[in-house]
Design a protein around this ligand. Structure first.
Ligand SMILES: Nc1ncnc2c1ncn2[C@@H]1O[C@H](COP(=O)(O)OP(=O)(O)OP(=O)(O)O)[C@@H](O)[C@H]1O
Ligand SMILES: [Mg+2]
Length: 318
């Protein structure tokens, strides 16, 4: 059974309105950041979510942890529909920016203690201190970090501290939204290794969001590819990289820099994303797709193929 499930989840935002819109009395526009996403996360797996900036990854992450209500559909934790963040803290989130996600007025020890007592208020002070020390050790931080304030830590240490805080409530699921993209390249690998250890040693279920195909390839068991709010492909990681089904996935993979490819052979994706306020009815990728033809003007459904899913009528069925 899936541990966490997005069931036909959509989320709309009313556009932020500029002064000109007000003067011109233009009606507010609604933007569907996530549309009709069905995704089921299996216990113990690391599910990657990948896609370009603005495709709805962070919105989906917030929907999955209950930080945003769904406009349509719902999210189920172990089969039960969630109404807001889980009161037992079974799902925790790690944010992209460890600078803004840690309260600067609290020591790391106090931040971690709060994350423990929020869900287990009867924890004694002594037990709390022990758990904080164990939590820091688990993420590879020295014990004296507990006394420090976030500003005294490096970017990598802060992200370790945010991961420790997310682990304090003993979650079954960790949703990590681009947890390494704000960090220096040299530090990124260490944090990725930390996620790998959590996966291996703790069997924790992870939803790992990234726009970096290499990070996804390294860490994830399965990958969902998003384009303009929709899942366009879902496959096991090995088959996704060996035989991508959607032309968009092929483009993402081809755009990955590799030492054995010259600049010329690398194929960055052409074209721009369509205006999210004015989306085509048919395939939303058609305007950028090298294979597009007449039939792509019709709406595309997510089809089951070869152990995965793809939203492209041209993808081969096996
Ligand atoms: N609170 C909000 N109010 C209005 N629009 C929003 C809000 N949050 C997101 N959006 C819009 O929804 C779309 C999806 O945004 P989202 O942040 O989920 O994308 P993303 O894939 O996480 O992008 P990135 O890779 O840049 O983090 C974008 O067009 C964005 O402008
Ligand atoms: Mg984001």
């Amino acid at each position: 059974m899936s541990i966490l499930e997005a069931r036909s989840v959509s989320r709309s935002f009313v556009s932020r309105r500029g002064l000109l819109d007000l003067v011109m009395r233009r009606p507010p526009l609604a933007l569907k950041a996530v549309r009709g996403v069905d995704l089921s996360v299996q216990r113990g797996e690391t599910l990657g979510i990948v896609g370009e900036s603005g495709c709805g990854k962070s919105t989906l992450a917030r929907l999955m942890v209950g930080l945003y209500p769904c406009t349509e559909g719902d999210v189920a934790l172990k089969g039960a529909s969630m109404q807001g963040p889980d009161p037992e803290g079974r799902i925790q989130m790690v944010f992209q920016d460890p600078y803004s996600s840690l309260n600067p007025r609290m020591t790391i020890g106090a931040l971690l203690s709060e994350a423990i007592t929020r869900y287990r208020p009867k924890t004694t002070r002594a037990d709390c201190a022990r758990e904080v020390a164990a939590g820091l050790q688990k993420v590879g931080l020295p014990a004296d970090v507990a006394e420090k304030y976030p500003y005294a830590l490096s970017g990598g240490q802060r992200q370790r501290a945010s991961i420790a805080r997310a682990l304090c409530p003993r979650p079954e699921i960790l949703v990590a939204d681009e947890p390494v993209s704000a960090l220096d390249a040299s530090v990124q690998a260490n944090i990725i290794n930390l996620f790998e250890q959590l996966k291996k040693n703790d069997g924790i279920t992870i939803v790992f969001i990234s726009h970096d195909m290499q990070v996804i390839a390294h860490l994830c068991d399965r990958v969902a590819v998003m384009y303009l709010g929709e899942v366009v492909e879902l496959q096991e990681t090995a088959s996704l990289f060996e035989a991508p089904l959607h032309p968009y996935t092929k483009g993402l993979i081809a755009a990955v820099p590799r030492i054995d490819r010259t600049q010329r052979e690398r194929m960055p994706m052409d074209g721009e994303m369509p205006d999210p306020f004015n989306l085509p009815d048919g395939c939303r990728f058609a305007g950028r797709c090298p294979l597009a033809e007449e039939k792509c003007n019709q709406p595309q459904v997510l089809r089951a193929v070869r152990g995965g899913m793809v939203r492209c009528w041209k993808a081969p069925i096996e």
